[in-house]
Design a protein around this ligand. Sequence first.
Ligand SMILES: Nc1nc2c(ncn2[C@@H]2O[C@H](COP(=O)(O)OP(=O)(O)OP(=O)(O)O)[C@@H](O)[C@H]2O)c(=O)[nH]1
Ligand SMILES: [Mg+2]
Length: 350
Amino acid sequence: MKVKTYRGRSVQEVLQQVKLELGEDAVILNTHNYQDGGRNVCEVVVAVEPEIGEGQDVAENTGDTGGQQWSSFQQQLLQFKDQLFSLIRPQIDMERLSPRQRQLVKYLEKEGVDPEVLVKLWDKLKDRPQVSGIGELSRIVSLKPWDSDKWQEKCHALVGPHGVGKTSTLLRMAMKFKQENPGKKICLLNADAHQGKGRLFLKHYAELSDLEYWEVAGPQDWSWFSEKSRDYDKVFIDVPGLGGNKDLSTWWSENGVDVLSDVCIHLVMSPLYSNIQLDAFVKKFFSVKRASVIWTKLDEACNFGLLINTSFFTGLPISLITYGAGLKNSMSAARDKKIWKLIFKHRLPD
Ligand SMILES: Nc1nc2c(ncn2[C@@H]2O[C@H](COP(=O)(O)OP(=O)(O)OP(=O)(O)O)[C@@H](O)[C@H]2O)c(=O)[nH]1
Ligand SMILES: [Mg+2]
């Protein structure tokens, strides 16, 4: 799978170049106009499906991710998926796909994409050789990049299992927001204050970054904070990992968090989890206020089919990706070019 960038003086000029080189199969992922030395530049990012024989083992060739080998568990999972898929397979006549479409479906199967997603994709592509596989896939994987103008809600709560990277991501988001909106008042709200280490970490960086910091525990605190929140333009909320049988809706109602208005929830996940585990987390952290998925620890993962599966089964857009333990240069807003490079080339953002 290729992701290529073309530049020219106008959209028309660049599109003509794209069409000449790549024909009808090129899928436009993004266009961007800017000035360079007083000249207008139009940049177009396109995705192209690979030639036959090319790219089938892209993932193995690039060596760009942290995970270098399949773990035996992943192999078992893939075997299980193979068996499942082989039951459904008789219904899927791969001959009804064009060679490129077929190759795309096979690549995704190797990448751990769920058979149900593959069947859906096949259904959209069958007997329609002119239809682009990536184009159809981009209808499944929706994106809502973490840019301040796209996310108008005041309060952003990060939820997810213990250790997935909630606190670090929350800090990165708050710091990015502050950098882009220097005049705005930002608050870090720690609802996970019983965790000594995370608490110190958050408090320390709040002080360093000149962000206001509060802790809440129980309905009285939440009720107080719902008034206090009027002082802020943005509030970033660190929610505890919720061990055992606790789920998010129980925690939310027990703590009376509903008093807080204008809240959206971001589900923080990592491709290091298995499909089964991820399914359990998606249920555990269910909420009608859920608005996006944030993917963390991409630098430690060796395949990314889970991103597609989660988009398919939850319908949630991806807003952010993180790929490093440090707070700097380890987070990107989820844009198509980056997501496709990740899935098809196993390449992390530069
Ligand atoms: N490699 C890698 N490490 C990360 C990433 N994001 C966070 N980490 C590390 O993962 C560990 C856990 O991160 P936290 O932000 O504390 O995770 P958490 O979800 O808040 O954890 P709890 O508060 O214990 O539930 C830390 O050591 C982070 O530095 C990432 O994208 N890649
Ligand atoms: Mg934490």
